[in-house]
Design a binder for this molecule. Structure first.
Ligand SMILES: *[C@@H]1O[C@H](CO)[C@@H](O)[C@H](O)[C@H]1NC(C)=O
Ligand SMILES: *[C@@H]1O[C@H](CO)[C@@H](O)[C@H](O)[C@H]1NC(C)=O
Ligand SMILES: *[C@@H]1O[C@H](CO)[C@@H](O)[C@H](O)[C@H]1NC(C)=O
Length: 478
């Protein structure tokens, strides 16, 4: 897995079999002013410790991660959540990415990272922050047995994460409290915290420098046991089920850990033993026309990766050309032009009336429907309004980013090793099961971007250039 590419997290000398990718459409940088800028210190460490001991071995009902962001590639194209770290807790905004594993945030020693308003995370300034050393189990596990250069017992355990767009985050692992919202009743949350290991980023390169879109870091929801989600699950704090409903209309949406009872979703099995959330793709239809899938890929199973960290929709080169042809087949007069890797055209009507719906058919008859207004986005170039197609060619991979994942409840059930979805109104609410009591609790949608008095990505800035891409990946065997 070395020269072949791109997005694996590898930890120094040793290759760890987890591939990673994150999304990114990086346009202009806007400073991010989150809601409620500073924490008030209402924090009582001994109270927290007492509470932790008391609830030892208890499974949490569910966790509600408030979302912000949107699926518009010309505006943001990423979704993020708010987490709090350390003691006293400080707030950070991190992109949610189901295709990578680690949580990392920009750290105090990072001299090329940007952040506004609040300080960077600093383990020395947190009463509960602790540097993970190379002798610790977490570190040896990450390095497949033992850390290669563990010369002294207090040497920090370093990490390095490389993403497909060439950006990179490196630093060292720390252990500290993460604070989150436990679902404690109908539309009710209560604060909870748990000690987890995450990356303290001291060096960021590429687009990560200013944080993905001005964010403070990245929260990976991958299957590897280094992810925060897996750490919570292995300490029996949560079930290995999470779901998202990314609101493509209004922004924000729902991101929850726990068992969803309503709405019901239909599942397709995950391809076993793969680091990513890959599912078996059996057919792609554009309108009524079936697009031939490459047989050489098909034989070994054509898989599609579900990637909340990607914005665009990628299909193998050989699928891309007939697909675009079919998409444009009702409108032969429209002239395609290439704008920054995208096929764009001028059109004044409704795209839903003029263009076909794309459906992806998966094992066990699960269908993913992508409407024209979801895969075609408007983009202004030199005062002219164009429509651009969100499908992109990519050697031999299919990756489904937020353009296809929004407006659906997508459930990742790792206990069942399956992933499922259903069309859903992501501005509404879902119901989760409280394992302790058997009660059903509703969790409502949120939009952190609009909750803020400040608009994070002002529409007025929308006319500038569109830099697309990224999030692509390779499988460790490929
Ligand atoms: C912190 O919590 C402990 C245990 O609940 C309590 O005894 C103590 O008074 C609290 N301290 C403050 C400053 O509130
Ligand atoms: C991760 O999983 C591997 C294999 O199941 C296990 O050996 C290791 O101890 C785990 N690492 C952590 C950090 O839990
Ligand atoms: C989606 O849900 C929100 C909140 O309940 C509601 O205001 C809105 O009308 C719904 N949208 C549709 C299309 O039903």
């Amino acid at each position: 897995m070395k020269s072949s590419i791109s997005t694996f997290i590898y930890l120094f000398l040793l290759l760890v079999p987890f591939v990673s990718s994150t999304g990114g459409v990086f346009k202009v940088e806007h400073k991010f002013f989150g809601p409620g800028l500073r924490e008030r210190s209402l924090f009582n460490l001994s109270a927290i410790k007492a509470h932790d001991t008391a609830r030892h071995n208890r499974i949490l009902a569910a966790i509600d991660l408030h979302l912000g962001g949107n699926s518009d590639p010309t505006n943001s194209g990423v979704y993020y959540t708010e987490i709090k770290l350390g003691s006293p807790p400080k707030r950070y905004y991190v992109q949610v990415d189901t295709a990578s594993n680690d949580l990392w945030v920009h750290c105090a020693e990072c001299n090329n990272c940007k952040r506004t308003e609040q300080e960077f995370y600093d383990p020395k300034k947190s009463d509960t922050g602790k540097i993970v050393t190379c002798k610790e189990d977490f570190c040896s596990n990450m390095y497949g047995g033992s850390y290669p250069e563990c010369k002294s017992p207090d040497m920090p355990c370093e990490y390095e994460a490389t993403y497909m767009d060439g950006s990179k985050s490196s630093g060292y692992y720390v252990k500290d409290y993460i604070h989150f919202n436990q679902v404690s009743g109908n539309f009710l949350i209560s604060p909870e915290q748990e000690s987890v290991v995450f990356g303290c980023g001291t060096k960021q390169s590429g687009d990560l420098r200013s944080g993905s879109k001005g964010l403070d870091g990245l929260l990976g929801f991958g299957q590897s046991n280094s992810s925060v989600f897996s750490q919570l699950a292995s300490s029996k704090k949560v079930r290995k089920v999470f779901s998202h409903c990314l609101d493509g209309q209004n922004g924000g949406g729902i991101f929850a850990i726990g068992q969803v009872v309503h709405p019901k979703v239909k599942f397709t099995p995950l391809v076993p033993k793969q680091p990513h959330y890959n599912v078996n793709l059996e057919e792609i239809k554009v309108g009524k026309a079936s697009i031939e899938l490459p047989t050489h890929l098909f034989k070994t199973g054509e898989v599609a990766m579900i990637d909340s960290g990607a914005t665009m929709l990628y299909v193998p080169d050989v699928v891309y050309t007939p697909m675009i042809h079919e998409i444009m087949s009702n409108k032969p007069d429209l002239k395609l032009q290439t704008v920054e890797n995208h096929q764009c055209f001028e059109y004044s009507g409704s795209v839903d009336d003029a263009f076909p719906t794309v459906t992806l058919h998966f094992e066990d008859s699960l269908i993913l429907t992508v409407y024209p207004h979801e895969y075609i986005f408007s983009h202004e170039v030199s005062g002219k309004k164009l429509w651009c197609i969100g499908w992109q060619p990519l050697k031999d991979k299919t990756i489904l980013g937020v353009l296809a994942l929004s407006n659906k409840l997508v459930v990742y059930d790792l206990d069942k090793q399956a992933i499922g979805w259903t069309a859903y109104n992501c501005s509404s609410s879902i119901q989760l099961l409280d394992d302790q009591t058997g009660a059903l609790y509703s969790v409502a949608a949120h939009d952190l971007s609009s909750a803020s008095a400040m608009s994070w990505f002002p529409a007025a800035a929308g006319a500038s250039s569109l830099l697309v891409i990224k999030s692509v990946t390779t499988s460790p065997t490929g």
